[in-house]
Design a protein around this ligand. Sequence first.
Ligand code: GSH
Length: 230
Amino acid sequence: MTEVEIISSSTCPFAQRTRMALIEKGIEHTLSAIDLNDKPDWFLAISPYGKVPVLRHNGAVIFESAIINEYLEEVFRDRPLLPRDPVRRAQARIWIDFANARFTPHVYKLMLAQDADAQAFQAERLTKAMLMMEHEGLGKLGDGSYWLGDDISLVDLTFLPHMQRVRVLTHYRDFLIPDECVLLKGWLQLMGQRPSVMEGSASIDVLIENWRKYAENTSTGTTAEDMRAA
Ligand SMILES: N[C@@H](CCC(=O)N[C@@H](CS)C(=O)NCC(=O)O)C(=O)O
C-alpha cells in the first residue's frame, strides 16, 4: 500500500478537489471508496463529521478538503499549487475561503430549495456570487487563464467541482452561469481539458442522478443537514 490514502465516495465534489490536487502534484496514492448511505464503523471512527474526503498519511488522519489540500501542499513541495509570494498566497486563501463560505453553500441551497420563491431567492444569491468571482476574482487577480494567472492553483481546484455541477442546477432549476461571466465560462472550459479534471469527473447523467436527493430534498446525509442550516 502507498503511504497516502484518500477515503472518498464515488462522486463527492469535495473529494474531487483532493483527488485533483494529488494528480496535479503527481503524488502516488490509494483511493478507498465508501458508501455514504452505509458508512462503515471504521470510517465513522476516524471521520468526526462523518464526511469524505479523509486523508491518511503516515498514521495521521486529516479531513476537510481545503485543509487536506493545504497539508498536501506543505508536505509534498514538488509542483507547487500555491504561489510563493505571501500576498499572492493570501489572495489564494481569500478565494479558497470564498469558494467554501460564499459559493458552494449557494449551490446546495438552490438545489435544496423546493418552492418557486425560495428557488428564485437562492438563484439570485448564486448569481451574485458568480458575478463577484467574475469581476473581483478572475477579472482582477490574474492576467492568465487560471484564477491566479498562468499556473493552476488550489483556488482552481477548490472551485471546479461545484462549478461543474452548475449543469445539474440547469437540469433541475434552469439555472445558468450569467451571460456576463465570460471569464468564468472560459476558465471552466480550460479546466475541463486538464487530465486531473477529466480523471476525477463523473458524467453529467451520473451527477444528475446523484444529486436527485438534493433536488427533491430527500437526503438524510450530513451534507444536506449542514447546508439546510447554512
Ligand atoms: N466541508 C467538507 C465537506 C465534505 C462533504 O460534505 N462530503 C460529503 C460527500 S460530497 C459527505 O461526506 N457527506 C456525508 C453525508 O452526506 O452524510 C469538505 O470540504 O471536505
